[in-house]
Design a protein around this ligand. Structure first.
Ligand SMILES: NC(=O)c1ccc[n+]([C@@H]2O[C@H](COP(=O)([O-])OP(=O)(O)OC[C@H]3O[C@@H](n4cnc5c(N)ncnc54)[C@H](OP(=O)(O)O)[C@@H]3O)[C@@H](O)[C@H]2O)c1
Length: 287
């Protein structure tokens, strides 16, 4: 297996899980080889013949979708052009591809059912969105034309490891938290779900890979207060106030349906349990 963008936040979770499952992995970073170039990719794929390529490479300026507005060409090159080049290289070499995407493509809970993979994204370049979300959505359209590709959507990742990329850590560090209800992905559950799809030879295509159910930011803050006792009182924005004053691009708050993933036999834990376990095993960041 080959893991691209190996130094990244999500790639590190893949690396841990692949090793835990005893699966051989070659981790590629741009400082080892510039895998973003077609000729390098083609050489790597045709000579190493990996069973699967996992694409975790992305450009998220300062770890923030909004900050990508200041670096549009890098955002488009890495999140749109590169996945298309990779998908072509995979098709030409007969390599299976697992591309990591985002679930930040909808608003609301679709009448309680959650948005399925068949629902047309509400945030895209066809509607109104920032360059990060638009690049991810358009990349989905291109990669999904590859008949041997999985596209796995992650949302607001979290786990027990405190860091600026972790949704729980973000809530603890914000001066004010936006009131919103969302599907979220525990990193370890997300990567297990992705590897499960490949292992059981699930049908190729797009999969929402969040924990089951949805949870409000207020409930996550209550759990943080209950378990970690951070000694602070959370302050809240209402969503409209936040979207009108702070946000530079439209923000998705949504529930995704994981029925398609569950139908492949994957046992995805409910989000509240996953948050609670992460808090119980919390590992504060070392400074
Ligand atoms: N974290 C989130 O909140 C979140 C939420 C939803 C979706 N996602 C998706 O999850 C995937 C992985 O994201 P992540 O959070 O792991 O991102 P990340 O921590 O920023 O890592 C992305 C990796 O991409 C590689 N890369 C390739 N070209 C790059 C470029 N021009 N500039 C910067 N990095 C470049 C780098 O790895 P090397 O240096 O090792 O090559 C980098 O470490 C992406 O598809 C992202 O859209 C993330």
């Amino acid at each position: 297996m080959i893991l691209l963008g190996a130094k990244g936040y999500i790639a590190q979770a893949f690396s841990r899980e692949l090793k835990a499952q005893g699966l051989g992995v070659m981790e590629l970073s741009r400082d080892i080889v510039d895998y973003t170039q077609f000729k390098n990719l083609f050489w790597i794929l045709s000579s190493l013949k990996p069973e699967l390529v996992i694409n975790c490479a992305a450009f998220i300026h300062k770890g923030l979708a909004d900050a990508c507005e200041d670096r549009k060409s890098d955002t488009l090159r890495t999140n749109l052009v590169f996945p298309s080049v990779l998908s072509n290289a995979c098709e030409e070499t007969g390599t299976k591809l697992l591309h990591v995407s985002t679930g930040c493509l909808y608003f609301g809970d679709n009448g309680g059912k959650g948005w399925t993979e068949k629902d047309t994204p509400q945030l895209s370049f066809n509607t109104h969105c920032g360059v990060y979300v638009g690049s991810k959505e358009l990349a989905e359209q291109i990669v999904s034309k590859n008949p041997m590709s999985y596209i796995c959507r992650i949302r607001l990742p979290f786990d027990e490891f405190d860091c600026h990329r972790n949704y729980i850590s973000k809530l603890m560090r914000y001066e004010k938290v936006v009131r919103a209800t969302n599907s979220l992905s525990r990193r370890s559950d997300f990567v297990k779900a992705c590897l499960h799809l490949w292992r059981v030879r699930a049908p190729f295509g797009i999969y929402n890979a969040t924990n089951k159910d949805q949870i409000s930011s207020r409930r996550v803050c209550e759990l943080i207060t209950h378990v970690l006792k951070p000694g602070k009182e959370f302050q809240f924005w209402n969503d409209e106030e936040f979207q009108n004053t702070v946000a530079r691009t439209p923000k998705s708050n949504c529930k995704l349906s994981v029925e398609k993933l569950l139908a492949t036999g994957f046992n995805m834990p409910p989000v509240e349990d996953a948050i609670f376990e992460s808090l119980k095993h919390w590992v504060p960041e070392k400074h």
